[in-house]
Design a protein around this ligand. Structure first.
Ligand code: PMP
Length: 305
């Protein structure tokens, strides 16, 4: 089914019809990957539509921009208002929001100080890795493509160019018939999924890869660490060798799009019992509980539209 586009998009200070929110073919970002962006979800909660950790996502957008010396011409509050506006104006509740800032037209050298364009789009989105993924889990493979080393491209910035790596990993996995690809870091140790962080469960404790493993330190990852610890589940950030994927009791991926997706098989080897285990289920319950009112949001993560 073709993507259904919502009617309105915010670009450079104004809401425009979707078809008019365009950029020039000579925009710097199109040629050199010089964009920074966020992926954010809004949920229909019992208290109305809410954007999950909007402020934290936009703080990360500004951090990504800082790394690439991109001075965004709008404040975090202005971009937050734009996010709310596109959700409202398109009549959305459960949606995916995409703020993006990019080097536009006005200079073609690699170090050119071009103007920075900013846009926010939003569209309805269900489970990213397929409708059954959250229940039954997905298969995954370790990619033949490694993540970039920390002294090449900073994984902590959510920049357009980084997603060439993610595309190679995800496309290879799908070509080989797997649901998602998992990458190793340049150290040979586990990094993360193509567009998700990864958690392994051993003896009831959660183990996840650290910032030094060329990961994007995800906001979902942080939310799950917080919820787990609050629930008395131990969480350890540590280097993890590849084979631990095969030996873990449970494995799951997480991210704004992927939410909490169980992994039932890695490289053709069954993970644990071959379906979502009790710790994964509990984490799903706590996470989705934020949006159905069952988990008390004591952190103010749900920001009303
Ligand atoms: N790693 C990568 C490479 C990603 O693209 C994402 C999705 N933004 C994540 C991890 C998860 O990050 P978050 O939980 O902030 O969406």
């Amino acid at each position: 089914m073709a993507q259904q586009y919502p009617e309105w998009i915010w670009q450079n200070g104004a809401v425009k019809p979707w078809a008019e929110a365009t950029t020039h073919v000579m925009s710097h970002a199109l040629h050199y990957g010089s964009s920074v962006f966020e992926g954010i979800r809004s949920y229909a909660t019992p208290d109305g539509a809410a954007i999950f950790r909007l402020t934290d996502h936009l703080t990360r957008l500004f951090h990504s921009a800082k790394i690439y010396d991109m001075a965004l011409p709008y404040t975090r509050d202005q971009i937050a208002a734009a996010c709310r506006e596109v959700v409202k104006k398109n009549g959305l509740a459960a949606a995916y929001l995409r703020p993006v800032a990019w080097r536009g037209l006005g200079g073609f050298g690699l170090s050119a100080e071009t103007p920075i364009d900013v846009a926010v789009a939003a569209w309805p989105m269900g489970p990213y890795l397929g409708p059954e993924a959250l229940e039954q889990g997905i298969t995954a493979c370790v990619s033949s493509w490694q993540r970039f080393a920390p002294n090449t491209i900073p994984a902590g910035a959510k920049a357009g160019g980084n997603y060439l790596s993610g595309q190679l990993i995800a496309r290879e996995a799908r070509r080989l018939g797997f649901g998602e690809g998992i990458a190793l870091a340049s150290t040979g140790l586990l990094s993360e999924g193509a567009g998700e962080n990864i958690f392994l469960v051993f003896d009831g404790a959660l183990h996840t890869t650290p910032a030094s493993a060329s990961i994007l330190t995800g906001i979902t990852r942080h939310s799950l660490i917080t919820l787990a610890r609050e629930d008395g589940i131990e969480v350890i950030e540590r280097d993890l060798p590849r084979e631990y994927l095969y030996l873990a009791d449970e494995v799951f991926m997480c991210g704004t799009a992927a939410e909490v997706t169980p992994i039932r098989e890695v490289d053709g080897k069954q993970v644990g019992a071959g379906h979502a285990g009790p710790v994964t289920r509990r984490i799903q319950e706590l996470y989705f509980g934020l949006f159905n009112g069952k988990t008390h949001d004591k952190w103010g993560w749900l920001e009303p539209v």
